[in-house]
Write a protein that binds this ligand. Sequence first.
Ligand code: NAD
Ligand code: TDX
Length: 357
Amino acid sequence: MDTKKNILITGGAGFIGSHVVRLLVNKYPEYHIYNLDALTYAGNLYNITDIEGKDNYTFLQRDICDLDLMRQTIKDCDISHIIHLAAESHVDRSISNPLVFLNTNILGTANLLQAAKEYWDTTSRQDHLFYQVSTDEVYGALEMDNTMFTEDTAYDPRSPYSASKASADHLVRAWYHTFKLPVVVSNCSNNYGSHQFPEKLIPLFIHNIKNNLALPVYGKGENVRDWLYVEDHARAIDTILHRGKIGETYNIGGHNEWTNIDLIHLLCDLMDQKLDRKPGQSRSLISFVTDRAGHDLRYAIDASKMQRELDWLPSLQFEQGIELTIDWYLNNETWLQNIMDGSYRNYSPTVQKDLSI
Ligand code: NAD
Ligand code: TDX
């Protein structure tokens, strides 16, 4: 059997994708990792400067919405596995500008599925995999009780973002059932960690606390999210890539639920300590603002299948992870500054290894 994998990772210049790219490039020198990313506002090559120039790594600036380009890429790079993360990912943006979410998240995914099917139909290789990285938001919202999303929970998406991700997941399963495309899907809870675009709650609030800016808490801050350290998500993806069963769904989460306001208080208190501020000083920046439209009340993932069947567990306690995260943003001011002043959009890799096709 062919063991050399040519893996196409889409969205590898984004938050989670950059952690997945880094993990696989460093851990598997025998594989070739193609990082395909359109570099939208969320794509940032400063996220992956440390792997630039590695022999088993190629960056491709391409758009998954271009079907012919996806066909050509998969064929020319002889792609055997796809880990699909590229997406529009921010719920607030899906409320203010929903159509781009439908285009990228639904049509882009359909393009990749079709391009993979067409190429894989022509090869004799037996170990192909199309891995769809999805979210717990497709399951809808939970009440304030002890229920959790399992792999059998019916889809009930409620924002344009989650509806577009749910549509994409349905397409992935349609290509599996109809065309026998080998697929796997994972649905993960909220990630936190380094390199997250500072529109999302944790990096935005770290930035605002540091700069004495208001902290806009939606509604009363009572909504609950289940937080997982991004490197644990990347490890879960590696585990599923190698040991997941074709056609299966895996829920990934940290069993780590926080109301937004409790999490924000924790961030404020830790930042007070790190910045030598008076206790309570950062909390005074909290400002309750109009709630997000359709704001899902609570998410919570039952990740027991990942533990039972694939022996995966989160490695970090939240207290450790959040401290590492705060330290990373405080120690990497230039990374944040490049985003705030827009200069990250002009980054050009020192080693251009694009293929001419
Ligand atoms: P992100 O917004 O940080 O990164 C998305 C990446 O996709 C960017 O690099 C962007 O340039 C790229 N991209 C967007 N449109 C593209 C296109 N048309 N063609 C090629 N590339 C394109 O997102 P993230 O938070 O890293 O999320 C990655 C994936 O994981 C998404 O599919 C998201 O739905 C899923 N997910 C995210 C979380 C989370 O907490 N962030 C949780 C569960 C699942
Ligand atoms: O300014 C803010 N104020 C606020 O109260 C922001 C940006 C967020 N919030 C609240 C909304 C949510 O309840 O904080 C919570 C977290 O918000 P986000 O960071 O925007 O994440 P969320 O909407 O939960 O979605 C995230 O997790 C699941 C990712 O963005 C998705 O891509 C992923 O699928």
